[in-house]
Design a protein around this ligand. Structure first.
Ligand SMILES: CC(C)(COP(=O)(O)OP(=O)(O)OC[C@H]1O[C@@H](n2cnc3c(N)ncnc32)[C@H](O)[C@@H]1OP(=O)(O)O)[C@@H](O)C(=O)NCCC(=O)NCCS
Length: 189
């Protein structure tokens, strides 16, 4: 059974806490973020190395955020974390997310709009998310799947101590083609 800071389905409370990474604040996703994020996620540069398009409609994003705000998959087997990243000037610049399948399998992902890049914001946001996942949920290994050409994302992971996984491990997680698996250091031991 996965544990942690979860308030079940209590509607008024987020399923996981806000996190501070000055000058950023990570806000637990809610339906109310959809309108603002729909604009942020319209930046085409976000999708250069990601195998997806932006949200097709605002309504789609509202529904997706309603599901993600619950903090777990519908069958309860995974914990889902989605934080919207807000600068101290009030702008939303992206998001950080994690999926805990088990303490050894915790996937992370992150997106910043172009205007939020180049200032260390992704490093700050992802680092505080990882600290939280380790402290509150006993996560022992973090995983990230990244396109080999995504130099910014690889640089970010390496700054945070991740290393490229060997081919056997990558195959276990069905990472093929131009995808690369990165793992937090404890996984390679
Ligand atoms: C991946 C992504 C989040 C990385 O963003 P980023 O801006 O490169 O990363 P950071 O916010 O940590 O900023 C790093 C830059 O800030 C600079 N920086 C300034 N202060 C810094 C600090 N205190 N700490 C770290 N870096 C700092 C670094 O030197 C680096 O500069 P550079 O852009 O000249 O190399 C971003 O490129 C992105 O969202 N891309 C589109 C979506 C995507 O591909 N997501 C990943 C899918 S796997």
């Amino acid at each position: 059974m996965l544990g942690g800071w979860l308030f079940g389905d209590t509607l008024a409370m987020p399923a996981f806490p806000p996190l501070d990474a000055p000058p950023l604040r990570l806000e637990p996703v809610s339906v109310e973020h959809a309108e603002e994020m729909h604009v942020v996620l319209a930046d085409p540069s976000i999708y250069e190395f990601i195998d997806e398009d932006g949200p097709p409609t605002l309504e789609w994003l509202r529904e997706a955020y309603a599901r993600r705000a619950k903090g777990r998959s519908p069958d309860g087997s995974e914990l889902w974390f989605n934080w919207m990243i807000r600068c101290d000037d009030g702008r939303l610049i992206g998001y950080a997310q994690a999926t805990i399948e088990s303490p050894e399998i915790c996937w992370i992902a992150y997106v910043l709009s172009a205007e939020g890049r180049g200032q260390g914001h992704a490093t700050r946001a992802v680092a505080v998310m990882i600290d939280y996942l380790r402290d509150a949920h006993d996560v022992r290994r973090l995983l990230a799947s990244v396109d080999a050409g995504n130099a910014r994302s690889i640089a970010l992971l390496e700054r945070l101590g991740f290393i490229g996984a060997d081919a056997d491990l990558a195959r276990n997680f069905e990472i093929y083609g131009s995808g690369r698996l990165y793992v937090s250091p404890s996984a390679s031991a």
